[in-house]
Structure formats: C-alpha cells, structure tokens
Design a protein around this ligand. Structure first.
Ligand code: SF4
Length: 362
C-alpha cells in the first residue's frame, strides 16, 4: 500500500487580507468543535490509509484554540497509520504563533512550520491587510527554533502595488538571514471580488526582475530552486508539496479541500456551514469530481520541478524538434531521460507545456 499525503484545511483567520480569495473566515470560531468532528468523520470515510506527510493549511491553523491541534493530531493518529518519520507541517501567522502554541504544536507532532513573511516593509504589509510585521516574523522563527521546531518555511510575495525591486531584495536578504530551511516566493495575483482587485501592479518586466532578484539572493545563501516558486536548503524540499507535483495520491479534508485519490480528483464544499451540513447529512462534502488527465497533468506538474519531465513517460523523444529547440535556446537541458527547465524556461513554463503537449499527441 502506497503512502498518501494528508491535507487538513483550517478555514479560520483573525482578519481577512485584502487579496485573499481562499476559503478562510473570520469570527466563526464557535464552529471549531463541530468542524473538527466533521473533519474526523470525513477522514474515517477513507478507511485504512498509510500517511507519510500531513499538512495543516488554511486559513490560519495557528488561530486554533489551545488544545485543538492536540485533538486533531490525536484524531488523525487514531484513524490512519502515520509513518514514524512523517513530515507534519502547519501553516501559521507570526502573531498568532505564541510560545505556548509552538509547544503544543511540537508536542502534538508538528515538525515543520510554514509562515508568511511576504514583505519586510510594514506599509506594504498593511496594503495586503497583513497584521504582522517583520519583527513578529523574526520572533516567531526564533521561538520555533528555541522550542525544537527547526524545519521552517517562510513565504515572500512580489508584484505588490507600489513595491520596488529593492523591497524584494531586502525581504529576500532578511528572510535568508534567519534560520529558515525553505522559502516560497509567489507573485501577487489579484482575483475579482477581493478588496485589492484592480490595484495597479508592477509591469511584467519588473515582475520578472523582482523574482530574479529574490532568486539570486536565495541562491547566494545556498537555497536551491527545486520548483518554480520554491527554494530550499539541500534536503529540505517540502515532501508534502512534492506529492502534488509528482502526482502521488493525496487526501484533502475539510472546507474547499481537494483530493487526488485513485485517479479521481474531487473538491469539497467551500463554506463552513455547507461543509458541516453536508458532512452531517451525507457523510461527505464533495461538490466536484473529475477524472485526472494523467499525461496533461504530468507534463504540467513535472516541468515545474528541478527533477524535470521523463521523456519516455511523456511519450517524447530526445530528438523531437521541440525538445531540441528548447535545449538549443537554453530553455531546458537534458539529464538522462529527463528534460529539466532552466530558470529562463521556468519563466515561460506555460508556453513550454503547450508546446510539449502538442508533441506528445494531446
Ligand atoms: S492569513 Fe492567509 S488565509 Fe487568512 S485571510 Fe490572510 S491570506 Fe487569507
């Protein structure tokens, strides 16, 4: 039996960020007990699972009340077979990750923390509606280390309204001066319906320059780019997220969670009331189901990673004109059977995927 990744969505936040279109809600903490029960019911419906990565995402898992994470982890251990060396990550916000909470998370089994810094400039953080500042992030990182959680990831954001390339450099220098093992760098993409939608963002060239500066600073500090938006110190790649990119099975539990299990992808109800009532009535909260197009997914996901795409798996040949053109133009290189995109190739990964799919018979 293959191990799967387990994702648990915690849909609670202290306040709503101005760009956020995730399933996260404020002021709904009176539903937490019912929510944990419903999540455990959903997990039980999978029968026996062997799990080697767990990821609490959100929302903000660190806004859970004292004792909630302990209860969740106990419930998980009672329902699945958890590998002894499982990677167990929780997302957190710097200001809600108190010393008590770090100790509770550690004792419950959490061994990796993922926290958003986003920016070091407080003005930019306020534009995003974030309520922490760089000092809160720094304090939270050192507290994690002090209490024994040493595998820490931090998020950066670029392409923000009024942000400069220099801002990005400073943020990358700051985060890489801290004892973090992993950094994700995401461009802000504004979705309709969010308060920040329509705000002016840096043009495309500046956007690329921002990412390139962040990448250079991180590389200088020993971080490897192992996926389009993710950098880690050697050996600290996120094992859970690698499952998404490697098309391994994962099970998502909770509001708006997605699963990819036995060739079928399905997604859950997107609000707390609808999730709770569906779980109570039907014992599941699935609102969408689709068969996975294995080849298309494989090309799309594998080209995001530094491991690259297996030509044979994608029914492509080394002497295919598109493959030859990519290597000639410095967009990709070959390593055995693998086609691996260079930084330049990753910048235009979407177009490369389309070209490869057109050659592999899609
Ligand atoms: S903390 Fe994260 S999930 Fe919560 S509102 Fe902000 S961006 Fe959304």
């Amino acid at each position: 039996m293959e191990s799967v990744g387990l994702y648990i969505h915690i849909p609670y936040c202290e306040s709503k960020c101005t760009y956020c279109d995730f399933a996260s809600f404020t002021g709904k903490t009176d539903t937490i007990d019912a929510y944990i029960d419903a999540c455990m019911k959903e997990l039980s419906s999978y029968g026996h699972l062997l799990v080697d990565t767990v990821y609490f995402g959100g929302g903000t898992p660190s806004v859970l009340r004292p004792g909630d994470m302990t209860r969740l982890m106990k419930g998980i251990r009672e329902r699945v077979e958890l590998a002894e060396d499982a990677e167990i990550t929780s997302e957190a916000n710097p200001n809600s990750l108190t010393e008590e909470k770090i100790c509770e998370f550690r004792d419950a089994g959490i061994n990796r923390i993922s926290m958003g810094l986003q920016e070091t400039d407080t003005k930019l953080l306020r534009i995003l509606g974030r309520i922490h500042d760089a000092a809160d992030f720094e304090r939270a990182v050192y507290n994690c280390v002090r209490y024994g959680i040493t595998n820490i990831s931090g998020d950066l954001m670029y392409s923000l309204p009024t942000q400069t390339v220099e801002n990005c450099r400073k943020a990358a220098e700051f985060i890489s001066s801290l004892p973090v093992t992993h950094v994700s760098a995401y461009a802000l993409r504004l979705e309709e319906g969010t308060p920040l939608y329509g705000a002016e963002q840096p043009d495309e060239d500046t956007d690329r320059e921002m990412f390139s500066v962040i990448g250079s600073v991180l590389k200088e500090k020993g971080f490897l780019r192992y996926e389009i938006s993710n950098f880690s110190l050697p050996g600290y790649e996120c094992r859970h997220n690698m499952k998404y990119w490697e098309m391994d099975d994962y099970v998502g539990i909770g509001v708006s969670a997605h699963s990819c299990y036995r060739g079928v992808r399905h997604g859950n109800a997107v609000t707390i009331p609808s999730y709770l009532s569906m779980m109570e009535k039907d014992g599941n909260a699935v609102i969408s189901r689709e068969d996975v197009d294995q080849l298309e997914e494989y090309v799309m996901l594998s080209t995001r990673t530094a491991k690259g795409l297996s030509l044979s798996k994608a029914s492509l040949r080394e002497d295919d004109p598109v493959v030859e053109r990519m290597t000639r133009e410095g967009l990709a290189f070959l390593k055995g059977d693998r086609l691996i995109l260079t930084d330049r190739g990753m910048d235009i990964q979407n177009s490369i995927v389309l070209m490869l799919l057109s050659r592999s018979g899609k």
